[in-house]
Design a protein around this ligand. Structure first.
Ligand code: ADP
Ligand code: ADP
Ligand code: ZN
Length: 230
């Protein structure tokens, strides 16, 4: 499976990417996570982008494109990937098209997650993540079974909230989405690659819809064979 998940902040891109990764063994490439890892590790890239993420605007294209291109060259991407948060403007979409062509890789589909802006603020303000394993949670929509520990990895006291998940930055990020990211929808539509799912449905229902639109996509072959367990 080689897909792009497209949608505003809080649409559920990360949530679905993690589910698909677990099910199909694809690699989840989240631009935001890569930037946050660099910030956490104090790398030169991290230092360069920290204030940009804090403000909720976009990191310059050259920096972002280079980071993603290098990530796609890692051997674990050979069996497929879910791109989450990239591309975020037309220039990045064009650069991705060019780089995939050069790498000899073909995308199966671009999946748009359609949601209402009103719901997004609630989704983002209730979001938290396990810093141990990266699992995502929500105060209302996805509470851990035990409020202190992660359902997935069992770690205690590892829940964190993103500093940019505050009301002011969320507004900037939504504006950035409407002005800069949405124009990539016609870009992919004109290439016959755009599929849309209802991001307002339950998490499980959204996953089913994604799998359904991908199933209709001829030429996907056995890329979707479920990951073998045990
Ligand atoms: P969300 O999941 O809420 O959409 P992300 O984790 O994807 O947020 O992104 C967090 C921040 O990282 C963005 O607000 C932006 O500053 C930066 N960022 C992420 N992806 C890109 C990108 N493709 N181009 C430029 N900046 C990006
Ligand atoms: P994105 O990566 O697009 O910014 P996330 O996957 O981080 O979005 O989801 C944002 C928040 O909303 C998280 O707290 C997540 O648990 C929750 N969430 C995701 N999908 C749904 C859904 N379908 N219904 C309700 N809450 C959801
Ligand atoms: Zn965990």
């Amino acid at each position: 499976m080689r897909i792009i998940l497209l949608g505003p902040p809080g649409a559920g891109k990360g949530t679905q990417a993690r589910i698909l990764t677990e099910k199909y063994g694809t690699v989840h490439i989240a631009a935001g996570d890569l930037f946050r890892d660099n910030i956490k590790n104090g790398t030169p890239l991290g230092k360069q982008v920290e204030s940009i993420l804090k403000a909720g605007t976009l990191v310059p294209d050259d920096v972002t494109i280079k980071m993603i291109s290098e990530r796609l060259d890692q051997p674990d991407c050979k069996n497929g990937f879910v791109l989450d948060g990239f591309p975020r403007n037309v220039a990045q979409a064009e650069a991705l098209e060019k780089m995939l062509k050069e790498k000899g890789v073909k995308l199966d589909a671009v999946v748009q997650m359609a949601v209402n802006d009103d719901e997004l603020v609630e989704r983002i303000s209730g979001r938290f993540t396990c810093s141990g394993c990266g699992e995502g949670y929500h105060d209302k929509f996805k509470k851990p079974h035990n409020p202190e520990s992660c359902d997935k990895c069992g770690a205690k006291g590892t829940f964190t909230r993103r500093p940019d998940d505050n009301a002011a930055t969320v507004r900037t990020r939504l504006e950035t989405y409407h002005h800069q990211t949405k124009p990539i929808l016609p870009f992919y539509e004109s290439r016959g690659m755009l599929k849309t799912v209802n991001g307002m449905a339950s998490m499980a229902e959204v996953t089913s819809q994604i799998l359904a639109v991908l199933g209709q996509n001829k030429g996907s072959g056995n890329n979707f064979a479920p990951k073998k367990h045990g």
